[in-house]
Design a protein around this ligand. Structure first.
Ligand SMILES: O=C(O)CCC(=O)C(=O)O
Ligand SMILES: [Fe+2]
Length: 481
């Protein structure tokens, strides 16, 4: 935590700073403030005193609710440590009571007490980044990161595209469509209020839990989590009784995306669509979409900030993202807020980085293989679908064949997704399949030659003087203008 952050929560200096962060509920201050303090609550924690704060909070992760509460009763400093919301979120979710009232924090919800009945001793003489940072991250303003997008990074907005334009020119590029969603019945009728009225008791999946919508909305409206629980439900069409075909469809994929080739798998296709609801600051840390699919993401209400990077075997992952040598494991260890604080400024200068705010009524296209981080700038409802467009058939086949340990979203009884996809494609689109298979094998051979003869050159396109990214592992090359 740097000096500025230390000052930010010093009660006297908060007003001098552009970003006013409220005072921590127990008054805990960042470590820097301790440098000039005459005394600290930490001196009362006895033998624990020799441990750094990180280790104390790590140790507390192994205690159950009862032990935490007993330890917390010994002194104010340990009380503050045992009140970490992350600890109580874990304990509450593990317990998962069938019926409960959201009380504003994970701790008070677990105890089923109104917040006013929960002790909040004055811990203003405790100086700890470990305790203060999650609170700080939960309150930073997002605007410094999401506005003033450099013009070269701006994702193109289009009113609409034809399927041919999409196939020929846009399958490899992010873009925003501004029109197609505006006629959807769900766009015209959905808001958090209307949904909670109509589906109050319906259970929706939010990360590891299934909560009634009204409880999730209570949570949305009143939480201070650094990484708010995110509703991400793949069965919303059935749960909400929506229709997806014909004249009365509640929503429909924008027509430019053309046919989704995973459609040939019928009922055996992997998960394809999700309802996404979350409060301001909720969102998705960096990832690529499953099975080398592309996606569209339509904002029904609210707005989302997107930052995206192309990917290739010859390019490093986005800053702050770590990929294992065989690319099978991706770790984005930082919360969205911490990533923004630490990496955003450098990331947006990287060639290939694109950004946008996707507003209510707009749809963003995520091409196969692109890294993306998304954060909701206000309470947000969105629908997303993953699909395999013609131009990325090769990427999907290659993923299913060579990364079969990372394939996801298929039902357990589908033993060989690659084999089944090839078989169904052979029946439905034999020519497309042949072209994609030939391309895929050709690429494998080129890659092999590169390794053996060391003539791999897929980053710099010297002929055009432009910069092209080789989608060595997930598709064809794409030119970044
Ligand atoms: O709206 C969001 O948080 C983005 C969702 C996303 O990236 C996904 O569904 O893969
Ligand atoms: Fe995604």
């Amino acid at each position: 935590m740097n000096g500025m952050h230390s000052l930010a929560s010093g009660a006297d200096s908060a007003l001098d700073l552009p970003e006013a962060i409220p005072t921590h509920p127990l008054g805990v201050k960042p470590s820097g403030n301790g440098l000039t303090a005459s005394w600290t609550l930490r001196s009362s924690i006895g033998y624990f005193g020799i441990l750094p704060d990180e280790l104390i909070s790590l140790l507390l992760e192994s205690l159950d609710a009862k032990a935490l509460r007993r330890l917390g009763a010994t002194c104010k400093a340990l009380y503050a440590f045992t009140r970490s919301e992350e600890l109580w979120k874990g304990i509450f979710i593990e317990t998962s009571p069938p019926d409960f009232t959201w009380r504003g924090t994970w701790y008070s919800t677990y105890l089923n007490l109104p917040e006013s009945k929960v002790a909040s001793p004055d811990c203003s003489h405790l100086f700890s980044d470990v305790l203060h940072r999650p609170f700080y991250c939960a309150h930073i303003s997002l605007t410094p990161y999401t506005e003033n997008i450099p013009s070269r990074n701006q994702i193109t907005r289009l009113s609409d595209l034809t399927p041919t334009e999409f196939e020929e020119s846009w399958s490899y590029r992010p873009f925003i469509l501004t029109e197609p969603v505006r006629n959807w019945p769900v766009y015209k009728t959905w808001s958090i209020e209307t949904l909670v009225k109509q589906y109050s008791n319906a259970l929706f999946r939010a990360e590891a839990v299934d909560w009634p919508l009204r409880t999730y909305v209570d949570y949305m409206n009143n939480n201070s989590d650094e990484s708010p629980l995110y509703l991400f439900d793949r069965s919303f069409v059935e749960k909400m009784g929506l229709s997806t075909h014909g004249q009365n469809a509640s929503f429909q994929p924008p027509s430019c995306f053309g046919e989704d080739l995973f459609g040939v798998l019928g009922a055996q296709r992997p998960d394809k669509e999700w309802l996404i609801i979350g409060p301001e600051r909720s969102g998705s840390t960096f990832h690529k979409d499953p099975n080398a699919t592309s996606a569209w993401n339509a904002v029904i209400s609210g707005s989302k900030y997107w930052i995206m990077f192309p990917s290739s075997s010859s390019l490093p992952p986005p800053p702050g993202v770590y990929v294992s040598a065989d690319q099978s494991e991706v770790t984005s260890p930082l919360s969205i807020a911490e990533w923004l604080l630490n990496f955003h400024a450098a990331a947006r200068k990287i060639q290939g980085c694109v950004e946008a705010i996707c507003s209510e009524g707009e749809v963003l296209h995520v091409p196969s293989g692109w890294w993306h981080l998304v954060v909701n700038l206000s309470p947000c409802i969105a629908i997303t679908q993953n699909f395999v467009p013609k131009k990325h058939l090769g990427a999907a086949l290659e993923f299913l064949k060579y990364k079969n340990d990372q394939v996801s979203g298929f039902r357990k009884d589908v033993e060989d997704p690659y084999g089944m996809f090839v078989e169904r494609m052979r029946e439905a689109y034999p020519e497309l399949l042949e072209v994609a298979l030939t391309e895929m094998e050709g690429k494998k051979k080129r890659k092999w030659d590169e390794i053996v003869h060391g003539n791999g050159e897929d980053a710099e396109d010297e002929a055009t003087g432009g910069f092209s990214f080789g989608f060595g592992d997930e598709g064809s090359d794409v030119e970044i203008p």
